[in-house]
Design a protein around this ligand. Structure first.
Ligand SMILES: Nc1ncnc2c1ncn2[C@@H]1O[C@H](COP(=O)(O)OP(=O)(O)OP(=O)(O)O)[C@@H](O)[C@H]1O
Ligand SMILES: [Mg+2]
Length: 273
C-alpha cells in the first residue's frame, strides 16, 4: 500500500465510523461504547487489547492523561526490564476509550523488533506506511505528510532494537528528531532499560521505568493462567522466586497447568538468578 492508498483507506474507515456513529445516534443506543469499539476495530494494524491486564491501571491512566491533553503533543517513553510489560501497557493505552476518542483511526503501531543490525528506523516506518521512496529526504517528507494529516498517536514498540546498537543510534535519533517536528503527532516508544533517546523533548513529568507487578496482581495473573488455587501451599514461594515480573509469571503459569507446583518451585530454585 502506498501513501495515497493508505490515506484513501483511512478516509474510507473514517466514513464507515461516521456512518456508524450517526446510526447509533439515530437509534439512541449506547453511543460512546459502540462508537469507541467500532473505531478500535477500524484503526489499522493495532495489536488487540490485552485480554488479561492486571495491576497497571495507574501507569496506564498516567500515560492516557498526558497524551490526551487538548492541542498538545506528548512524547512518552515506556521503559523497563525485559518482559516487565511495556508492550502490554502501550497496547492498553492504544485501546483506552479516551485515546480512541481523541485519535480515532489515527492511532498507529509500529513494531521495531526487526530494525536491529544495520537497519534504519526510518525505512521501517516508511515500509509500515507503504512509502517506497528511495531518496531518504523524500521518504522523510512523505512520512511527515501522512502523519501530519490529522492529530495522531504513533507507538514505536521495542525501539531499543533500533537504538541500542552503536551503528544504528544516530539513525534512530535522527528519525525521532524528525517525528517530533510533526506538529500534531504524539509519540509513545517502548524500550528495554532505563535510558531515553536524546532527540525528543520528553513530556514532564518523566515516567519512571516500570516496576514488577504488585503482589496481588502477580498472584491473580498466575492463578488465572495456571488454574491452581490461590491457597496452594507453594504459590507464595513460587511468586517470590519469579519476582512478580509478568513474562516469567506467564511462562511458569502455563507450565503449572500440567506440572505440580511443588516441582516447579524446586526447579525454579535450581535456576541461576
Ligand atoms: N499487566 C499485565 N497483566 C497481565 N499480563 C501481563 C501484564 N503485563 C505483561 N503481561 C504479559 O507478560 C508477557 C510480557 O509482556 P510484554 O510483552 O508486554 O513485556 P515487554 O516488557 O514488552 O517485553 P520485552 O522487553 O520483551 O519487549 C506477555 O505475555 C504479556 O501478556
Ligand atoms: Mg515489548
Amino acid at each position: 500500500m502506498n501513501g495515497v492508498q493508505l490515506r484513501a483507506k483511512l478516509r474510507l474507515q473514517a466514513s464507515v465510523a461516521q456512518v456508524l456513529e450517526t446510526a447509533t445516534v439515530r437509534s439512541a443506543g449506547p453511543l460512546p461504547t459502540v462508537v469507541a469499539s467500532e473505531l478500535a476495530l477500524c484503526a489499522p494494524n493495532i495489536p488487540p487489547k490485552p485480554v488479561l491486564y492486571l495491576g497497571r491501571d495507574l501507569e496506564t491512566q498516567a500515560i492516557v492523561s498526558l497524551i490526551t491533553l487538548k492541542d498538545k503533543s506528548a512524547y512518552i517513553a515506556i521503559l523497563g526490564a525485559p518482559g516487565i510489560g511495556k508492550t502490554s501497557v502501550a497496547t492498553a493505552v492504544l485501546h483506552a476509550p479516551d485515546v480512541v476518542a481523541a485519535f480515532g483511526l489515527h492511532r498507529f503501531y509500529v513494531a521495531c523488533d526487526a530494525v536491529g543490525g544495520r537497519g534504519s528506523s526510518l525505512n521501517a516506518l516508511c515500509a509500515h506506511f507503504g512509502i517506497s521512496e528511495p531518496n531518504r529526504g523524500a521518504a522523510a517528507k512523505a512520512l511527515c505528510d501522512i502523519l501530519a494529516e490529522e492529530r495522531c498517536l504513533l507507538v514505536l514498540d521495542n525501539f531499543e532494537s533500533a537504538w541500542e546498537a552503536a551503528d544504528n543510534r544516530a539513525d534512530a535519533e535522527e528519525t525521532l528528531g524528525l517525528l517530533v517536528t510533526v506538529k500534531s503527532l504524539s509519540l509513545v516508544i517502548t524500550m528495554r532499560g532505563a535510558e531515553r533517546p536524546q532527540s525528543v523533548p520528553w513530556t514532564r513529568p518523566l515516567l519512571p521505568p516500570h516496576a514488577p507487578l504488585h503482589d496481588d496482581a502477580a498472584k491473580q495473573l498466575f492463578v488465572a493462567i495456571s488454574d491452581i488455587s490461590e491457597h496452594n501451599a507453594h504459590l507464595a514461594e513460587l511468586l517470590q522466586l519469579l519476582d512478580n515480573v509478568p513474562l516469567p509469571l506467564v511462562l511458569t503459569a502455563n507450565i503449572a497447568q500440567y506440572e505440580p507446583s511443588e516441582e516447579l518451585t524446586v526447579t525454579r530454585k535450581s535456576l541461576p538468578m
